[in-house]
Design a protein around this ligand. Structure first.
Ligand code: NCC
Length: 495
């Protein structure tokens, strides 16, 4: 006989309570999952728009003079994947958003930004692993709503397209490059800097119109030789003659103290030096100039190990992250520094209005390293060189000083008989990778944003005395030292 099993009332209540609890837990978990998904979605959308918000807080203030607080911006604009924040000058960030040229908005291409790895493991393949699954789930371009990441102009030319085999650069740098050949984002950035005039450049359109004809390479070389004074600050110059620390400045011009050298190498910091194997060739020169924080340790095969001169900008000198005062990177060779000055190049005006605290850092460094030769470029060199670029271009260029690369090239032309410039004009290894020693990619590093780099490269291409093959295979340009050529009337400019 079958016995009916009867659950007592209290036990029945307990069972249904358990069942209800389990059901609630399941619902709770479902809600949590939905909540997390929504948050992830919101995060992805907000991350897309975070930079203008940041700029609203910091942007304008940070773009005023000598930005000691600029690094705080980067604390907000962290690299993805928890990478170390990097000091970044909002003025020199890869771009500004078009619209109001007086209110440029810095863009940090955070999607591909990652702080330098000077270790051997700097292969791009490691990127995914470091960033983790969460990044890859969330930080990919969100296209489900037809959205796009900043800088991605949809069907328009992208900055990266310029580097493609059939891109605007071609196989070898096209000396007729103009801002119209850039991707849409970079073009707007360049146009904005063309419209801005932070340094009070006075260069009327009529002057530009008068220079419309094309000068030949030798003519440009002569213009530079005759119109660009490669000078450094000396203690007798006002206002430095009146300051006790003025005596820390080298008493003689760099061109009197250094060289002459027979052969010199200018090593740009371009990403295309990576895997170039140019190290031996670079080191075979009598003197080698490098820029800013570009290291040799760990990269000898590609960039060599000799450093005769290091040209640094004032941004680096002021940056906490570069440890300028303590890093051994800067204690080898001759140091030369520069800072963007007002267009007038008046030393008093500049002294009161440096972009970064170059003089304060200079004094500190000199106290720590009194024996190391350390020069400061006279700012008129920047603007005299800028004029040579503008005079020879068919369009208005950015009203900002030339890059360290071109300043260093002209400096070496005044110290050497032959100058080889490496990867300033990109070789067949051309890449969006900014530096050979960093994992940060942005076409702006090669094509320019703040600096009129595009036009600097046009000029260098025209002056090149080597072959296109050298550029293509080695990224090498050959320029003559100023002492090696005479500027006769036939090579003079027609002005
Ligand atoms: O990047 P940077 O330049 O230090 O590079 C030195 C010179 O190499 C040439 N170059 C570099 C990269 C690349 N892909 N192609 C190139 O042709 C250029 O001629 C460049 O001048 C500078 O000119 O001083 C600059 O400095 C950096 C930065 O201040 C320093 O590296 C210190 O961190 C500027 N970058 C930023 O401010 C973010 C850069 O705009 C100019």
């Amino acid at each position: 006989m079958k016995m009916a099993y009867k659950i007592p009332g209290a036990a029945m209540d307990r069972v249904s309570l358990l069942w209800r609890l389990r059901r609630r837990a399941r619902r709770g978990a479902l809600c949590m999952a939905l909540f997390c998904l929504t948050m992830a979605l919101l995060y992805t959308l907000c991350a897309e728009n975070s930079i203008p918000v940041t700029d609203a807080i910091f942007g304008v203030k940070a773009r005023t003079r000598a930005q000691p607080r600029a690094h705080t911006i980067v604390k907000v604009l962290r690299g993805t994947g928890g990478s170390k924040p990097m000091y970044t000058d909002p003025q020199k960030l890869p771009g500004v958003i078009p619209g109001d040229p007086q209110k440029p908005i810095p863009i940090l291409s955070s999607s591909n930004f990652s702080m330098e790895s000077t270790s051997k493991d700097h292969s791009l393949g490691g990127k995914k692993r470091e960033r983790g699954l969460f990044y890859w789930l969330l930080a990919q371009p969100l296209t489900i709503f037809g959205g796009r990441r900043r800088g991605d102009m949809g069907t328009a030319i992208r900055d990266a397209d310029v580097f493609k085999p059939n891109g605007a650069l071609g196989e070898v740098w096209n000396e007729e490059m103009s801002s119209s050949m850039l991707g849409k984002r970079l073009r707007k950035v360049v146009q904005n800097y063309q419209a801005m005039n932070k340094y009070g450049v006075k260069y009327p359109a009529t002057v530009r119109a008068a220079h419309r004809y094309k000068l030949s390479g030798p003519e440009i070389l002569c213009e530079i030789k005759e119109k660009v004074q490669v000078t450094t600050l000396t203690p007798d110059m006002e206002p430095f003659s009146g300051f006790p620390w003025g005596s820390q400045l080298p008493p003689r011009q760099i061109t009197s103290d250094v060289g002459p050298f027979k052969t010199c190498a200018v090593v740009s910091s371009a990403g295309s030096l990576k895997n170039s194997g140019l190290g031996k060739e670079i080191d075979s020169h009598d003197a080698v100039i490098r820029f800013n924080a570009a290291p040799t340790a760990g990269f000898e095969t590609d960039v060599g190990s000799k450093t005769t001169v290091r040209l640094i900008n004032s941004q680096l000198m002021a940056s906490e992250d570069h440890h300028f005062l303590s890093s051994s990177l800067y204690s080898a060779g001759i140091l030369v520094s520069w800072d963007p000055s007002p267009y007038s190049s008046d030393l008093w005006e500049w002294f009161n209005k440096t972009d970064y605290p170059i003089f304060k850092q200079y004094q500190r460094y000199r106290r720590l390293h009194p024996q190391q030769p350390f020069y400061i470029v006279h700012p008129r060199m920047e603007w005299q060189l800028w004029q040579r670029i503008q005079d020879n271009m068919g369009e208005a260029i950015q009203k900002n000083p030339p890059s360290s690369g071109l300043l260093g090239t002209v400096l070496m032309m005044s110290l050497c008989e032959v100058v080889h410039v490496y990867e300033f004009l990109p070789s067949r290894r051309k890449t969006e990778l900014c530096h050979y020693y960093q994992r940060f990619s942005d076409a702006a590093c090669t094509l320019g944003a703040y600096h009129p780099l595009l036009y600097e490269k046009n000029l260098v291409k025209r002056m090149n005395q080597g072959s296109d093959r050298d550029i293509y295979t080695l990224g090498r340009v050959t320029l003559p030292g100023f002492a090696t050529f005479n500027c006769t009337s036939s090579t003079h400019s027609k002005t």
